[in-house]
Design a protein around this ligand. Structure first.
Ligand SMILES: [Zn+2]
Length: 430
């Protein structure tokens, strides 16, 4: 029996273990924000992986954004060395989950198993993927104990809030240095037959229009910042949205609607602040002197971020030319460059071949509309041989009744195990 057949059998034999591990992970509510139970989940994983022969390291991102003694940002990095020198394959999963929200028909932290699905917050995004990578590594170690190189598994904090207390923090300390790690798989829920090569870029900014406060009964004595913002929004509709719709990318972004530049207005606020729910009075009559919007611009690998910003300035200047007294400010909040791993990178080719062997169909190559931790591995770690590959349906992420399919987890664990065999057992018989 060849190694591939034995690996596949070893994964099949671990199906119950895979389900139980996923349930155990879901039952630790690692809510972010604020960042609950990070120590608990890292300790649970550390015990599990130490039991499988990994050297485990618990790393707190002291001083990272949101790190505090009440909500410490704990990360786990586990490494198992092979008997000979060789490449290191690293599986990186984030252990944090977003709030449950309303509309659940099951306990979001119960880990219910029903009709071949495990339910719970984080089931697909991405505790199911984390569990699949652990099972894949354990099966591989049993079948191929004489491997070369090393396997690493990390569980990292705060992906849902930017990853600064997680992958970014580790990358800044050399954990994703290409001298230490050569291949990275991030088991985000992109579906078991798809390889995600990267993501579009992001620019968040706040645009403020400025006016002058006055009594609401004599608006002519003031200058209404909300009316100025109205003019900005009208200009956006007339010129900016059509411009963005015309910018198409060669990146294989899914879903289809994201194959172009997009802009969302995440928030708008002008005038008197919203009062607390227990305030029973009326609002006061004032001309608003400030109005702000937060824009969320997603850009393409073909675009340059300086051009993306210049488009907004040009739009604001067009409005200014038509409106006497128009004053504004644009403030940068956050930016991420687009990332796309080459189609012929070793990790891409190896995982694609494993998908074909396990699922008997060709892999699809996709790019994510939004960003994930690959940005830090690429920019800070300077490691380009990185993809996202994992079980689960992306659309279910952050939704009520989130679930991950048991068959999908088993299949992607097989793909991960065959990938390990291909990269770490160079002389194997498949
Ligand atoms: Zn995720």
């Amino acid at each position: 029996m060849g190694n591939d057949t034995r690996l596949i059998a070893a994964i099949e034999a671990r199906e119950d273990d895979l389900v139980a591990l996923t349930q155990d992970l879901i039952r630790i509510p690692t809510l972010n924000p604020p960042g609950r139970n990070y120590l608990e989940i890292c300790e649970m994983l550390a015990a599990r992986l130490a039991g499988s022969g990994f050297a485990v390291e618990m790393i707190r991102a002291h001083g990272a954004p949101a790190d505090s003694d009440l909500y410490p940002r704990w990360n786990l990095v586990a490494r198992r060395e092979g008997g000979r020198p060789g490449d290191c394959v690293h599986f990186n999963s984030h252990h944090d989950v977003v709030e449950a929200g309303h509309g659940w028909s099951v306990d979001p932290f119960g880990g219910a198993l029903r009709d071949g699905r495990v339910y719970g917050r984080g089931a697909c995004d991405m505790k199911g993927g984390l569990a699949a990578s652990i099972i894949a590594a354990e099966a591989f170690l049993e079948v191929c104990p004489e491997f070369a190189g090393a396997i690493e598994i990390s569980a990292t904090a705060d992906e849902e809030s930017g990853g600064y207390g997680g992958v970014a923090w580790l990358a800044e300390r050399g954990y994703f240095d290409p001298a230490r790690v050569q291949h990275v798989i991030i088991p985000e829920p992109l579906n078991k037959d798809r390889i995600c090569l990267g993501h579009r870029g992001v620019w968040w900014a706040e645009i403020e229009t400025q006016g002058r406060i006055a009594h609401g009964s004599m608006p002519f004595l003031g200058d209404c910042a909300v009316r100025h913002m109205g003019a900005v929004l009208a200009e956006m509709e007339a010129t900016l949205f059509p411009l963005l719709a015309g910018k198409r990318t060669t990146m294989p972004v899914v879903p289809e609607g994201a194959k172009q530049s997009t802009l969302n207005i995440n928030a708008i606020h002008g005038g008197e602040p919203v009062q607390d729910a227990d305030y029973t009075g009326l609002p006061a009559p004032c001309v608003p002197d400030r109005c702000r919007i937060t824009i969320d611009r997603r850009f393409l690998i073909e675009e340059d971020i300086t051009e993306v910003k210049a488009e907004i300035t040009a739009m604001m200047e067009r409005v200014r030319a038509r409106r006497p007294g128009f004053a504004y400010e644009v403030r940068d909040l956050f930016e991420v460059q687009p990332v796309m791993t080459e189609r012929d990178a070793p990790i891409v080719k190896t995982v694609a071949a494993a998908i074909e062997r396990v699922l008997h169909r060709q892999a699809d190559f996709v790019v994510s509309p939004g960003t994930y931790d690959q940005k830090h591995i690429d920019r800070i770690g300077r490691l380009k041989n990185c993809i996202a590959y994992g079980p689960g349906i992306l659309d279910l992420a952050h939704q009520p009744d989130e679930w991950v399919g048991v068959r999908d987890m088993v299949d992607s664990a097989k793909v991960m195990a065959l990938t390990l065999a291909e990269l770490l057992v160079p002389d194997r018989v498949s």
